[in-house]
Design a protein around this ligand. Structure first.
Ligand SMILES: Nc1ncnc2c1ncn2[C@@H]1O[C@H](COP(=O)(O)OP(=O)(O)OP(=O)(O)O)[C@@H](O)[C@H]1O
Ligand code: SF4
Ligand SMILES: [Mg+2]
Length: 343
């Protein structure tokens, strides 16, 4: 597994996305979906991006693949601003960076046989002749573990897991370097999720791919990712090596997410908790720390001052909490107490 010592393949710098939205009384208002995100994805790494529904994960993904133009900051791929690309450079970027969506059914053209759907990017990018594209499609079906006859079927004739394999094959057709996977297993049954995650793990190893892997499920992220980035209300609130973040979370939101995982699937860090309260409306964001309206550790300063994402703990572990150091201490005490049978 490659270490992230070289320049990152993908670098988000102060990335922001503000939408115009209709608020109460249909007044035009602004909705800050992504807010000042700095994030590096090292070559050959798998970086997980987690957070509750509506926190801005898909918007961030869409800016990376140029389905949205960010209102602030930059997306750098191999050091180049992707929103300034044009012509051949843009075509190259579109080959090298592919998005895999959550809903494998919606992502496939319904009236196209799956084999044709896999080969479509090759046709669009004028790769090979008809026979060559057919051979490549067969190879791609092998790669994702599907029998070649599946290429003759239509998407509605396949199961959800098979459809997602077709989507992955389609995303791999042009030999990309980076896959942005937006909740790729969320729509699948738990048993099928494991198979698709194993496939993604094997493909990453065999093809030397880099993933930005988006999920609301920390268990999935822990299984696959080298690093994890936690998002809340458009902001990055914690980032670090996966095992470090799970063992010593430094943000109360991350701790709450970890403690919402069923007991038998995690060790220590206290009893199970369910986060109370709704995520605030991104049109009407709270001042100060975005998490202060739900945070069990909030103090006066939290409603006034935005905590910066700053180094905490070991390595490149960072957290955006005024009291980050106290969070990991509190988590350790809760975990030890629980192990000792104390409340
Ligand atoms: N085109 C748009 N116009 C206005 N608001 C938008 C637009 N796209 C997204 N939003 C808003 O931006 C916020 C972030 O949405 P986004 O889809 O990125 O969240 P998410 O983290 O992917 O959620 P989920 O886990 O449910 O997929 C939400 O409040 C959403 O309503
Ligand atoms: S800064 Fe304050 S409100 Fe925000 S997470 Fe830390 S303790 Fe909670
Ligand atoms: Mg989403």
């Amino acid at each position: 597994m490659a270490e992230a010592t070289e320049a990152p393949i993908l670098s988000l710098q102060g990335l922001g996305m503000t939408f115009r939205a209709r608020g109460e009384g249909r007044r035009a208002q602004t909705l800050r979906a992504v807010d000042g995100v700095d994030l590096d994805v090292g070559r050959g790494r798998v970086v997980g991006l987690v957070g509750e529904s509506g926190c801005g994960k898909s918007t961030l993904a869409r800016t990376i693949v140029r389905l949205e133009t960010p209102t602030d900051g930059r997306v750098l791929y191999e050091g180049t601003d992707v929103h300034a690309l044009a012509g051949r450079d843009l075509a190259g970027y579109r080959r090298e960076v592919q998005l895999v969506f959550q809903d494998p059914y919606a992502a496939l053209p319904p009236r196209m046989r799956c084999g044709e759907a896999i080969g479509e990017p090759l046709r669009i990018h004028r790769r090979g002749d008809t026979a060559g594209r057919r051979r490549r499609t067969a190879e791609l079906l092998d790669l994702v573990g599907l029998p070649r006859v599946m290429g003759d079927r239509y998407p509605h004739q396949l199961s959800g897991g098979q459809r997602q394999r077709i989507n992955i094959a389609r995303a791999l057709a042009l030999e990309p370097k980076l896959l942005v996977l937006d909740e790729p297993v969320s729509a699948l049954d738990v048993s099928i999720q494991g198979q698709v995650l194993n496939l993604l793990g094997a493909l990453r190893r065999d093809l030397g791919l880099t993933y930005l892997f988006i999920s609301h499920d920390l268990r999935v992220v822990r299984y696959l990712c080298d690093e994890v980035a936690v998002m809340y209300l458009g902001r990055l609130v914690e980032f670090g090596p996966t095992e470090e973040v799970f063992a010593r979370p430094n943000h109360p939101y991350t701790l709450a997410l970890i403690r919402s995982i069923p007991d038998h699937e995690r060790e220590g860090l206290g009893g199970r908790v369910v986060l109370r309260g709704e995520v605030p409306n991104p049109i009407d964001r709270p001042p100060g720390c975005p998490f202060h309206t739900r945070c069990p550790m909030a103090r006066d300063v939290c409603a006034r001052e935005v905590p910066p994402l700053r180094p905490v703990g070991a390595g490149n572990h960072r957290a955006a909490c005024h009291f980050a150091e106290e969070v990991s201490d509190a988590a350790m005490v809760a975990g030890r107490n629980r192990a000792a049978g104390l409340p």
